[in-house]
Design a protein around this ligand. Structure first.
Ligand code: TEU
Ligand code: CA
Length: 535
């Protein structure tokens, strides 16, 4: 008997960056109305849930990750009524809704901070991390912010410094204040009551800082931020009881889910945060740092498999709104062959696959000249790092001007390849990346072993081949991925020869090629083969 279905374990999660998905009113910025118009497309793709990057009111210093009100929708995205419609229409299509909760910091425009900075006797005075300057006038400690400034910003009104891990306009909340804790858990409850199915927790492992705020010890690194070990400004033990409390709150509603964005994660820290009774999952991003080599992916997968508690469930992803598009990272030119291998890898592992919008049609990074950069860290770190605009370009719906994303002027340029690379064209082409994604997602729905089964490495050949089994009590699935453009062979020895195999999916063959003399299975260049045991 296959285990009971669990949506967040079995299905594929699709990440939407709302600014860039679809614009319904011509102002050049994607919105909730635009998403609703395309829910049928997402149902066709077969995704189980959608994670939305933030659409709360925000002054957009960090494009939504600086929230000025946790319980409303920014008018540029729509209204709470639009949101309710989005939830209803999603649920009608069997699609769950995951919200991004940014609770490490608020915007400096949030009412809590506006009050807090008024003075030490304000009711919100202790909601943020305020400290006096040292007697010699210097900063309270040596902490650095990751977005290129010291971690402390002087506030003349309050005559004190406040701490921020990101932009100065993103002051960190003081999670040691029970009122903050209560207010944030109330935010969670607010959205649960509105029918939200789950949350992605932005940099949750940073909520608590060491209570004494000691200096971080030095480290070797490029940026000031990297030249210290972040042992006092993140990963404090206080997070564990908070996650337990959050989990209890989630469990008081049916089938709710939380996936954490671990800051500077290791498989070990991810495993600690996802132990039974804590959150369901957390990103470890191991695969994001892999070069195009099976050896690297195999190592990343095994590190995750090894670190995770047996009852915990990994998540796997190759992208998000902070990182390069897969096609650009792996220098695919205009060729999508490799992207099919990447898709098969993410969708057939023992974990929840997260797919960033546009990956299913192979969107590439856009080029943003320096003077047009919108992402402020891109300005700050240019030319070492040109920011995240490149992987946030408008979704390519069709070959029309602005790719069918907007009738107005898009907030970021659409990729010039949208004339040929777009949803409409790929829908018509049965060999397209889009249809390959769709078939993979469908296969995951059909084969229980691909959903809940064990991961069993078979073999890998550096730069060439990766093969693994997925197994449950009902079936065995063999996944073989050719990472090279040339043919490769997999020795089908021992266990693999046990029974016959049936071809479930391939991008190059319609039927299973004969196993050659000596027991070799031959794959063409860039081939994905997914085989099931003959029943
Ligand atoms: O990201 C945290 C994080 O690790 C990033 O800041 C990363 O270092 C950066 O993107 C460099 O490429 C989360 C969100 O995903 C990100 O979009 C936000 O900017 C950040 O938190 C602050 O909320
Ligand atoms: Ca709009």
């Amino acid at each position: 008997m296959a285990a009971n279905p669990i949506w967040w374990r079995d299905g594929v999660v699709y990440q939407i960056y709302p600014r860039s998905f679809a614009d319904s009113n011509g102002d050049g910025i994607g919105d909730l109305g635009g998403v609703i118009q395309h829910l049928d497309y997402l149902a066709e793709l077969g995704v189980e849930a959608i994670w939305y990057s933030p659409f709360y009111p925000s002054p957009d210093v960090d494009f939504g990750y600086d929230v000025s009100n946790y319980t409303d929708i920014d008018p540029k995205f729509g209204s709470l009524a639009d949101f309710d419609r989005l939830v209803t229409e999603s649920h009608q299509r069997g699609i769950r809704v995951i919200l991004d909760l940014v609770l490490n910091h608020t915007s400096d425009q949030h009412l809590w901070f506006q009050e807090s900075r008024k003075g030490k006797d304000n009711p919100y005075s202790d909601w943020y991390i305020w400290r006096d300057a040292k007697p010699d006038g210097s900063l309270p400690n040596n902490w650095e912010a990751i977005f290129g400034t010291p971690g402390w910003e002087w506030d003349a009104k309050r005559d004190q410094y406040y701490y921020h891990m990101f932009y100065p306009q993103q002051p960190d909340l003081n999670w040691r204040n029970p009122q903050v804790r209560q207010a944030c858990l109330d935010v969670v409850r607010f959205w649960l009551d509105r029918g939200v199915d789950g949350f992605r927790l932005d940099v949750f492992s940073n909520f608590f800082k060491h209570p004494d705020l000691p200096d971080n010890p030095p480290a070797v690194g490029l940026r000031a931020f990297d030249r210290q070990k972040h042992i006092y400004d993140s990963n404090q033990p206080d997070m564990i009881p908070l996650l337990r409390e959050l989990r209890e709150l989630l469990d008081s509603y049916p089938e709710r889910y939380a996936v954490g964005e671990t800051f500077m994660p290791t498989p070990q820290s991810v495993s600690a945060y996802t132990a039974p009774g804590l959150i369901h999952a957390a990103f470890d991003f191991e695969m994001l740092h892999c070069r195009w080599d099976p050896e690297c992916f195999q190592k990343a997968i095994l590190a995750t498999e090894k670190a995770m508690h047996p009852d915990s469930w990994p998540v796997y992803t190759l992208n998000n709104h902070d990182t390069s598009r897969t096609a650009s990272r792996y220098h695919c030119g205009n060729n999508d062959a490799r992207l099919k291998v990447a898709a098969a890898l993410t969708i057939t592992l023992r974990g929840t696959p997260f797919i960033y919008y546009g990956e299913e049609i192979g969107m590439r990074n856009i080029h943003v000249p320096r003077r047009f950069i919108q992402d402020r860290i891109g300005e700050k770190y240019w030319p070492i790092f040109d920011g995240r605009d490149k992987n946030r370009s408008p979704m390519q719906w069709n070959a029309n001007s602005h790719a069918g994303f907007t009738t107005g002027k898009p907030w970021l340029p659409v990729h010039p390849d949208h004339g040929t690379r777009n949803v409409e064209a790929q829908r018509k082409d049965p060999q397209s990346l889009f249809h390959f994604y769709r078939r993979l997602i469908q296969l995951r729905k059909e084969l229980s072993a691909l959903r809940g089964g064990l991961f069993q490495p078979v073999t890998y050949e550096p730069r060439k081949l990766l093969a693994y089994l997925r197994q449950d009590s009902e079936q065995t699935v063999l996944v073989v991925l050719n990472f090279s453009h040339r043919p490769v062979r997999l020795a089908m020895g021992g266990e693999l020869r046990r029974n016959g195999w049936v071809l479930a999916l391939s991008n190059k063959h319609d039927t299973l090629p004969a196993i050659e003399k000596g027991g070799y299975l031959s794959l063409q260049g860039d081939e994905v083969m997914i085989l099931t045991e003959k029943g």
